[in-house]
Design a protein around this ligand. Structure first.
Ligand SMILES: Cc1cc2nc3c(=O)[nH]c(=O)nc-3n(C[C@H](O)[C@H](O)[C@H](O)COP(=O)(O)OP(=O)(O)OC[C@H]3O[C@@H](n4cnc5c(N)ncnc54)[C@H](O)[C@@H]3O)c2cc1C
Length: 450
């Protein structure tokens, strides 16, 4: 019998357990999480705060109880405080007080991330809110009901900060969004796409403070009252930190190889530098198909994919894996933005010579004769035309289209191959002219102009 211990029971840990449980092999699974209540899907937090869902209870995996029952041992509310990699033992603080030691044959680290703190003066004042866990979300949600909470500062203009700013504005709060860089969501979008989002937020009353650094907080009676930046003083009844996340990778720090931000370096089978130790989800690196090297980025899809791959590898099954393509979307009121792969500005940072084709404000005839407008950009390498990224923006749902582009990147497709790739027409479901293929064809116009 093979003993597999999984530390962390959220997306990645649960995905690993789920897959191992399907095996007929003799596997004894031990699942440990410091939280008692596992399986919360934090993508629900902005929806909860924006009053778009009735209850957070809709945002739990529905097979959590089944997994807890089926694994050999489940330790909830229990923290792993140490690992002896040589003797293959983990030390657990069961129910956060009793210490126990467990043996493993294979270990899976699925410890995710923790929130990055600002580290400025008075960061411990009451009213300065984190966003990582369900408890954070519920605490903030309850406060928002109070009419005395009027001014809220959101620190960090990544996709999470933007989503939270939108949610708070829907709760009729005065929202200021602070971003140290010149544009919001700059890891996901090029300058002009970020600017579209910025304009949309401003049109909906969100006050943007770009290129502005928070240097301290001020308070009264232990509660935050003011955000102080390089450019001014701003009243705040609550400050929401959306300042990013760092991998929770302390347990293996002195034994396992790691990436610059501390994430465990893994191979394409999710194996770390110790052959009996796997790392999955946000605490591990991913092989980026766009840049063809290891990267660290955080997403549910990666966590699920990593869990599946690690489980297959533990079971001795070889599956072909190509790596991953960072893909995301954000809904800002009635505007939707989508991104995959790398941006033009990231390409420059990675010394990749890139070009792009774009259809701006194209009107497509879609299902049942409806029309919709979209802006679609495809980024490709100049030397061989391989697609490395894309961004889209519309009032409609383009998620299937961005996923097609992600698949094209994953399969090393060129922009020229995309021009002739498969589409289909059926008036109920698709456009007459496929918008993605039509955008790729714009490369011909570009060439003709040269
Ligand atoms: C508000 C919010 C909204 C988000 N929205 C989206 C979205 O829409 N789409 C998307 O793709 N991503 C989203 N994300 C990111 C996404 O939640 C993460 O990428 C995802 O949770 C990663 O899953 P994971 O299992 O790797 O790690 P985590 O979800 O962080 O889980 C790690 C688990 O490990 C446990 N753990 C850690 N250390 C120990 C220890 N020493 N002992 C025992 N247990 C331990 C923790 O308690 C936790 O349960 C969002 C994140 C937040 C905070």
């Amino acid at each position: 019998m093979m003993r597999v211990a999984i530390i962390g029971a959220n997306h990645a840990g649960l995905a690993t357990a789920r897959q191992l449980l399907q095996s007929t092999q003799d596997v004894e699974i031990t699942l440990i999480d410091r939280k008692e209540q596992i399986g919360y899907i934090s993508g629900g937090t902005p929806l909860l705060l924006g009053n778009k869902i009735k209850t957070y209870k809709e945002f739990f995996y529905n097979d959590v109880d089944e997994i807890k029952k089926k694994v050999a041992h489940f330790y909830g509310g229990s923290e792993v405080i140490g690992i002896d990699f040589k003797d293959k033992k983990i030390v657990v603080k069961e129910n956060l007080h009793k210490r126990i030691t467990l043996k493993y044959d294979k270990l899976v680290l699925a410890t995710g991330t923790r929130q990055q703190m600002l580290g400025v003066e008075n960061s411990d004042l009451a009213g300065i809110q984190l966003l990582k866990n369900l408890d954070d979300a519920l605490f903030l949600n309850q406060k928002l009901d109070s009419l005395s909470i009027k001014n809220i500062a959101v620190i960090g203009g990544g996709y999470l900060g933007v989503e939270i700013a939108e949610a708070l504005s829907l709760r009729n709060k005065n929202v200021r969004l602070f971003e140290i860089k010149q544009e919001i969501m700059n890891s996901y979008y090029d300058k002009d796409f970020s600017e579209i989002a910025q304009q949309h937020l401003a049109e909906h009353g969100i006050e943007l403070h770009l290129d502005e650094e928070v240097i301290r907080f001020e308070g009264s009676g232990g509660k935050v009252t003011t955000v102080v930046t390089t450019q001014g003083y701003y009243q705040a009844d609550i400050v929401v930190l959306a300042t990013g996340f760092v991998p929770n990778a302390d347990l293996g720090r002195f034994h396992l190889d790691s990436y610059t931000n501390g994430a465990y370096l893994v191979d394409k089978e999710q194996r770390t530098s110790d052959p009996d130790v796997y790392a999955v989800g946000d605490c591990a690196t991913v092989y980026s198909c766009a840049t063809e090297d290891q990267k660290s980025y955080f997403s549910v899809a990666n966590a699920l994919r990593g869990g599946y791959i690690a489980a297959q590898s533990i079971l001795g099954k070889k599956i072909p894996t190509t790596g991953s393509v960072m893909t995301s979307a954000v809904k800002i009121f009635d505007l939707n933005l989508f991104s995959t792969g790398i941006t033009g500005r990231s390409a420059q940072l990675y010394n990749i010579e890139a070009e792009y084709v774009e259809r701006e404000k194209v009107t497509f005839l879609s299902a049942l004769g409806k029309k919709y407008k979209a802006r679609i950009r495809i980024i490709y390498r100049k030397k061989d035309h391989r697609i490395i990224g894309g961004q889209m923006c519309a009032h409609s749902d383009l998620s299937e289209m961005i996923l097609r582009l992600a698949l094209a990147i994953q399969n090393k497709m060129t922009i020229d191959e995309l021009k002739c790739s498969q589409a289909f027409f059926y008036p109920y479901f698709t456009c007459l002219i496929d918008p993605l293929i039509d955008t790729a064809k714009a490369v011909d116009l570009k060439d003709d102009e040269c």
